[in-house]
Design a protein around this ligand. Structure first.
Ligand SMILES: Cc1cc2nc3c(=O)[nH]c(=O)nc-3n(C[C@H](O)[C@H](O)[C@H](O)COP(=O)(O)OP(=O)(O)OC[C@H]3O[C@@H](n4cnc5c(N)ncnc54)[C@H](O)[C@@H]3O)c2cc1C
Length: 485
């Protein structure tokens, strides 16, 4: 008998979980899947909303799966239907269309919602979380419109850059002492602000907004009224924990889960932005996708020993002409850290080491160095004291190759962070016949997350076409060579 699994949430992680389950159980013999999705549209790549806002992609282009995908995969997908209550004693989920969905296992993949600060008028501001928000912002984004973007974290910076690129007049306001203080140190924050200013964004830090006065502007601490026609709020997110909490399941900042992604009720699981694992709510997609793979192993019985042990996350800002990568906790950057700063050219790097390993860092405007640093952070590779400067310069070091040259990347290097795809996996897929970037994307999923690895994947593809001639020969020629050998 197949298990009835109900997934609540058809976002990036809920949809991915279904995909992972069907990769292991294509005919649905082991798992029957029902998905309740509050949004009225098929799953899309939320990470790419900043690119949609900046004009680099259409909303259609960010759909995660082709039309009819769910039906072909035997997934009962119910769009525009929200779960409103979990009745754990009867093991049913109640939906807002009046239906009840019985489950053997329930998965919460409810993501997070935008946090809107308290204050008069903020309820009329636009958040930046879904495609409807994106459409509402774009509706106002005509050249000359004055936008205030509240919140100088990753999303606020991306939104401000995208809007400035559309010819609007943008002021980015941040309450903290410098931009992105959760990810970068003060030095990187200041250079980032200068870079955004050069790109047409006015940046103001250390300011508090008290309220939004539609038609007038943004009221600031101290009484100033900032002229603005539209307000975008990007002041953080909160995990969507309401359903679990109301059902008596343990929650904190997220729904508490163990290494099996089980909540305090063994029949109920949580993955993605709504889950809190080992004290942390991730808020980025890579951990959620790794959790989905582990949970699919468990739900299908493919690997009953599968466990999620956490993810080493790397953050990248996705904005044209701003190249920022961060790793680890910025609190670890201190006076003993290695620093390079050239604000005039928008370049900055800070790296903290423990036991000869990179444990935290921010690299801005130095893409080669960023790639090398990420590689060393990922692999926990040792950097001898004398080699640290070379690391910042993006030069080849013992243990890793110069990353600007895809051919010299080690096989173990993670190329696509969102999907944890190594160069070795790309080579294997190439040799199995995926010999162009779209085919590599289909085979390995590389490039299908934030897309920032696109150049590297294309580089590896060209390198393979030149350096792997036997494998890329037409079959007849390969056979001739094998015969000759
Ligand atoms: C503009 C933007 C840029 C981002 N950039 C990056 C980035 O560069 N890198 C990165 O890693 N991450 C980024 N993120 C974060 C990333 O999008 C999230 O980590 C990811 O979407 C989490 O996936 P999820 O499925 O857990 O949640 P979501 O994608 O939010 O999906 C949750 C879904 O559940 C639905 N839902 C909620 N409650 C219910 C209910 N009761 N019943 C039915 N359905 C329900 C919601 O409507 C939603 O569709 C970005 C986010 C935004 C908004």
């Amino acid at each position: 008998m197949s298990r009835r699994v109900v997934v609540v949430g058809n976002g990036m992680v809920g949809a991915r979980l279904c995909d992972e389950v069907r990769r292991r159980d294509p005919d649905g013999r082991r798992v029957r899947l029902t998905v309740l999705g509050a949004e009225p549209r098929p799953a899309y790549n939320r990470v790419l909303l900043s690119t949609v806002l900046a004009g680099g992609l259409t909303p259609r282009a960010v759909e995660l799966y082709p039309g009819g995908w769910a039906a072909r995969r035997r997934i009962d997908l119910r769009l525009g239907v929200a779960a409103v209550k979990i009745d754990r004693s009867r093991r049913v989920v109640l939906a807002d269309d009046g239906t009840e969905e019985p489950y053997d296992e329930l998965v919460l993949a409810t993501g997070s919602r935008a946090h809107v600060p308290a204050g008069p008028g903020f309820e009329h501001a636009t958040a930046f979380r879904d495609l409807d928000d994106c459409a509402a912002i774009l509706d106002r984004a005509r050249p000359g419109t004055r936008f205030a973007v509240l919140g100088g974290g990753l999303l606020g910076c991306e939104a401000a850059r995208g809007l400035a690129g559309r010819g609007t007049r943008v002021t980015l306001l941040h309450r903290g002492p410098h931009l992105m203080e959760r990810q970068v140190d003060a030095g990187a924050g200041h250079v980032l602000a200068a870079t955004l200013e050069r790109l047409g964004v006015e940046v103001r830090t250390g300011v508090r907004a008290l309220g939004w006065e539609p038609g007038a502007g943004l009221r600031l601490d101290g009484g100033e009224l900032l002229d603005a026609d539209a307000l975008v709020v990007a002041t953080g997110v909160r995990a969507e924990t309401g359903l679990a909490h109301d059902a008596g399941i343990a929650t904190d900042a997220g729904v508490l889960v163990d290494d099996r992604l089980a909540t305090s009720d063994d029949r109920v699981h949580a993955v993605g932005d709504c889950a809190q694992h080992a004290g942390a709510v991730a808020g980025v997609v890579q951990p959620g996708w790794e959790q989905a793979a582990v949970l699919a192993d468990l739900l299908t019985g493919t690997d009953p020993a599968a466990r999620y042990r956490g993810t080493r996350t790397v953050t990248r800002l996705k904005a044209r002409d701003v190249d920022l990568a961060t790793v680890g906790d910025p609190a670890l950057l201190d006076a003993s850290s290695l620093r390079f700063s050239d604000p005039a050219s928008g370049r900055y790097a800070a790296l903290a080491f423990r036991d000869e390993r990179v444990v935290a860092g921010a690299v801005l405007g130095l893409p080669d160095a960023a790639a090398t640093v990420v590689q060393f952070f990922d692999g926990a590779l040792p950097v001898a004291e004398g080699d640290r400067l070379a690391l910042l310069l993006g030069r080849a070091l013992p243990g890793a190759a110069e990353t600007a040259d895809p051919g010299r990347l080690p096989s173990s290097a993670v190329v696509c962070r969102c999907n944890t795809v190594t160069k070795g996996a790309l080579i294997t897929a190439w040799r199995a016949g995926a010999t162009d970037p779209p085919a590599l994307a289909r085979a390995t999923r590389a490039t299908t997350g934030c897309g920032s690895c696109g150049d590297t994947v294309r580089g590896i593809c060209s390198w393979l076409a030149q350096s792997d001639p036997i494998e890329s020969d037409p079959p007849v020629l390969s056979a001739v060579r094998e015969g000759a050998a």
